[in-house]
Write a protein that binds this ligand. Structure first.
Ligand code: FAD
Ligand code: NAD
Ligand code: FES
Length: 278
């Protein structure tokens, strides 16, 4: 269904934007962890994006994307008032959220926006939420203000030390786990190597670890097999069985291999799109 863009905010110029979409039916059902699949126009590729927030009263959802290749570049070329050709959702299983004490919600780069919705869900059931967020540099750090407005504690890292602690977000996570024995769950959203590192960090502490996987997807409803992942030796489809899984059981090497399968074609497509824009 054609979906109007009500508002667009550039968070990192040319790289990351936040869109407010008018999608009342999706907003009414969206829960933390859900995602949508959109096509910018009728010949566009179907791309999955996490619902970073939803307002059922206004009938709106928020998505935040990183410009990586052709489809996200086309999206970045759109403006408030434009219509996205189709938006399908909410898809996937919502995050399993239960009351248990302290939960550390880890977000890396663009993943911080998606993690923010999950963190809100944990606050809603009365959990103590520690947000651990990391970016390469201060100007790439997203959603700090939003998280600070509801989280009980915020830990910040930048790879270059321009803001917060210098280093990777997993270093903050390790320290927090060493200090606080009350943590019952760690949730991580961000680049695949970060989610893998989070799972490695939590393993010795025996803390439940949930990661939000982002394999290539096509239909998003369990029919095509594109999003196949291996979890605990079993084949799962991230679109219908996930996208969240036990990080200690995910085969990250396979996920990385499958994500890279079409890299050459994606690069050509991005370059041709760039030339057509000149
Ligand atoms: P492409 O040309 O398709 O790819 C560029 C690069 O990204 C390549 O290196 C390729 O290996 C990698 N890539 C391709 N497709 C995917 C994919 N589906 N997931 C991850 N990497 C991919 N991104 C966001 O910025 N914000 C989100 O909220 C978000 N949520 C997601 C939720 C789910 C459930 C999934 C599966 C993915 C999510 N992603 C999110 C990733 C997003 O879908 C991809 O970045 C997007 O499809 C890339 O499309 P493209 O044509 O611009 O780039
Ligand atoms: P990035 O590469 O700039 O990394 C952000 C931060 O993650 C780093 O500052 C660091 O603290 C941490 N990190 C990265 N690699 C690490 C490693 N090997 N070990 C420990 N920590 C590490 O992030 P970006 O360029 O914004 O990329 C965001 C990624 O998140 C994209 O690949 C996007 O597809 C994905 N994403 C996924 C979802 C989802 O639902 N799974 C949602 C949004 C974005
Ligand atoms: Fe087709 Fe999951 S995207 S089965």
């Amino acid at each position: 269904m054609a979906t109007p863009i009500l508002d667009k905010e550039s968070l990192i110029p040319g790289k990351t934007s936040k869109l407010v979409l008018h999608a009342p039916e999706i907003a009414a059902k969206a829960r933390p962890g859900h995602f949508i699949i959109l096509r910018t126009h009728d010949k566009g590729e179907r791309i999955p994006l996490t619902i970073a927030d939803a307002d059922p009263e206004r009938g709106t959802i928020i998505i935040v994307y990183l410009v990586l290749g052709k489809s996200t570049a086309v999206l970045e070329g759109m403006a408030a008032g434009d219509e996205i050709s189709d938006v399908c959702g909410p898809l996937g299983r919502p995050t399993h959220i239960e009351k248990g004490g302290t939960v550390i919600c880890v977000g890396g780069g663009t993943g911080i926006a998606a993690m923010h919705h999950i963190a809100k869900g944990h606050v809603r059931v009365g959990n103590r939420v520690v947000g651990a967020i990391g970016a390469r540099s201060k100007n790439l750090l997203l959603f700090e203000k939003e998280l600070t407005s509801f989280a009980d504690e915020i830990l910040i890292s930048t790879d270059d030390g321009s803001y917060g602690r210098k280093g990777l977000v997993t270093e903050l996570l390790r320290e927090k786990l060493e200090q606080d024995g009350s943590v019952f769950e760690v949730v991580a959203v961000g680049p695949v190597p970060m989610m893998e590192a989070v799972a490695q960090t939590t393993r010795p502490f025996g803390v439940r670890t949930t990661v939000s996987l982002n394999p290539i997807m096509v239909d998003g409803i369990g029919m095509c097999g594109a999003c196949r992942v291996s979890v605990g030796g079993q084949t799962k489809f991230a679109c219908v069985d996930g996208p969240e899984f036990d990080g200690h059981l995910v085969d990250f090497d396979e996920l990385k291999r499958r994500l890279a399968a079409y890299r050459a074609q994606e690069q050509i497509s991005f370059e041709l799109y760039g030339k057509a824009q000149q």
